[in-house]
Design a protein around this ligand. Structure first.
Ligand code: F3S
Length: 284
């Protein structure tokens, strides 16, 4: 049997744990609750919540006074929060504290007169929330998702402030900050990449170099899982991003002695265990 090394911090992060627990609690307590989008990018967990009558909200018109809605860990723009409060719904705010910190930092940068560069994925719910706070505070800024994007859009500004989506790639963040630093007079940087993200990325870097095959588990729509897979693939071409155990292909493990496993912040423990068991079976 091959030697399987599972990253110590694979799986649920602190923010996702809070959101999932709050959603389960809401389902049990109120018998029905909504979430603004999938609570996490993991189909299996979404299914469990649906069984508890906790469902993704399709449109705000669907809500009635007294309904319960949970804001997921990605957060929302302040405008949405106000709309929900005005509707008289029971609001549970499970925005991750690290995401809230990004909102605060953006507001601080705007107050101090900086043009804001958000290092993040355009259209990602967390980034939409961050942009909402930027607009609400009367600030100006851009979202950049890679170096070409940054160079192409780089503003002619003297004072630039930088924040990052909490799950951004550390290396891209550092590269982008380096570029901005050499092109502006004054730069203020808040590295808002959360610890859970940095720790997972560092572990994957170490593990990917050490093993023959790397398996990254997590939703195909999960940004943080996709970034783990990219980081791993760059160091180890035998990297495979899967959502669950039945996607494992025995061919991947032919002649593999050491196999590394990690998972995104929205991947539950039981799915990681199932994958590890299946790898054991395949390589037995
Ligand atoms: Fe929060 Fe970081 Fe998780 S921002 S939701 S602890 S990945």
């Amino acid at each position: 049997m091959a030697n399987i090394k599972v990253a110590k911090n694979a799986g649920f992060c602190f923010g996702v744990k809070i959101a999932v627990d709050s959603a389960i609690e809401a389902g049990e307590k109120y018998g029905r609750a909504y979430t603004n989008g999938p609570i996490i990018h993991n189909k299996q967990v979404v299914q469990i919540l649906e069984n508890l009558n906790v469902r993704e909200l399709q449109s705000y018109e669907q809500l009635q006074e007294g309904d319960t809605i949970l804001i997921r860990s990605h957060g929302v723009p302040p405008k949405i929060e106000r709309t929900l409060k005005d509707l008289g719904v029971n609001l549970i705010d499970a925005t991750c504290p690290f995401v809230k910190k990004v909102h605060e930092k953006v507001r601080q940068l705007v107050e101090e007169g900086y043009f804001v560069v958000i290092i993040g994925e355009k259209g990602h719910p967390e980034v939409i929330g961050i942009l909402g706070h930027l607009e609400e505070s009367g600030g100006k800024g851009i979202v950049v998702e890679n170096m070409e994007d940054l160079i192409r859009k780089f503003p002619k500004r003297n004072r630039v402030g930088v924040v990052a989506q909490t799950t951004q790639n550390e290396e891209f963040f550092e590269e982008a900050v380096g570029y901005i630093a050499s092109n502006v007079e004054e730069l203020k940087v808040f590295n808002t990449i959360c610890d859970a993200t940095s720790v997972r990325q560092e572990e994957v870097k170490r593990l990917a170099k050490d093993v023959d095959v790397m398996i990254i588990i997590g939703g195909k729509h999960s940004g943080n899982t996709r970034r783990l897979a990219q980081i791993s693939k760059a160091l180890n071409p035998n990297t495979y991003h899967i959502e669950k155990a039945d996607e494992l292909n025995p061919v991947w493990f032919k002649n593999a002695e050491n196999i590394g496993v990690s998972a995104g912040a929205s991947t539950p423990d039981w799915i990681i265990k199932e994958v590890v068991e299946k790898i054991k079976e395949i390589t037995a």
